[in-house]
Design a protein around this ligand. Sequence first.
Ligand code: AVI
Length: 322
Amino acid sequence: MPLPPQKGIEEKFLIDVLQGLASSPKYLQSKYFYDPKGDKLFQDIMNCEEYYPFDCELEIFSERTAEIAGAILREPGAFDLIELGAGDCTKSSYLLEYLVGEKVDFTYMPIDISYNTIAYLNKILPERIQGLNVTGLNGEYFDMLKKAAKASSRRKVVLFMGSNLGNMPPADARLFCKELRAHLNPGDLALIGIDLKKNPHTVLAAYNDKKGITAAFNLNLLSRINRELAGDFKIGNFSHYATYDPESGGCKSFLVSKVDQQVTLSGEYEFKFAKDECIYMEISQKYDLKEIGRMGELAGFKTEENFLCRKKWFVDTVWSAI
Ligand code: AVI
């Protein structure tokens, strides 16, 4: 049964929304997309024709499992395989099954902010993959990495897949990689899934699908604000707008106000929107291989291997901590 949101989390949501809507230009944080309806819409996005990143990374994990395992097993000895933001492990399951099949000594440690996700994985994974050791950790990535390091001094292999790094602006992504490195020891590995720069039409179509699923995904955050923060957004008064800049690799989503309007939250906070004013919702940054290698280097990693999908649209890069 889903747990009710904790009080502190609700307060943080209100503070972040008030801060974003009081800013100029206005913004909302994409991490709040994922309420139960948002989770379902994200599943629909992953199944929609234009959204390629999921399929590309699935191809890498399902078809190059032995090679990925080979990169991980280059160093001998038992290790902890830690996945940041594990979700339902659809892609990483290929690797887990392979490693268990090869009788490799490792513990799988999925980390997720959602208590429900971790409870589900702790229960379901050992049933699904007989012989798998699972220790799920519920909390913020770096708090949980610290906890994992305290619990065991084994070598660490960290998975951060799904192009989640792309949802940080590049400067924040660089800081994230540095912080990740600070939690690792020399020789530990990070395997990071990153969406690559490609034909701009392909990228834009993935974030502006014909069925309007991505639009609904973005608009759902306004519905969530109405429900959880007593807002009165008229959802039909906003439209989804996606843009991609092939030079910078920045793919951004906005919600555009169709009319002059005012929105009230919690009966006391009022925000005016001019016709055509935009709320910045999300960045899905694309990189090239050189930029990715440089980002790793700046953070204190060496690129060991790049696993690309056949179309060369997506990479899982393997970095070792130096
Ligand atoms: C979760 N994240 C990597 C997705 C992406 O591609 O940026 C979220 C998403 N937003 C719109 N479509 C998918």
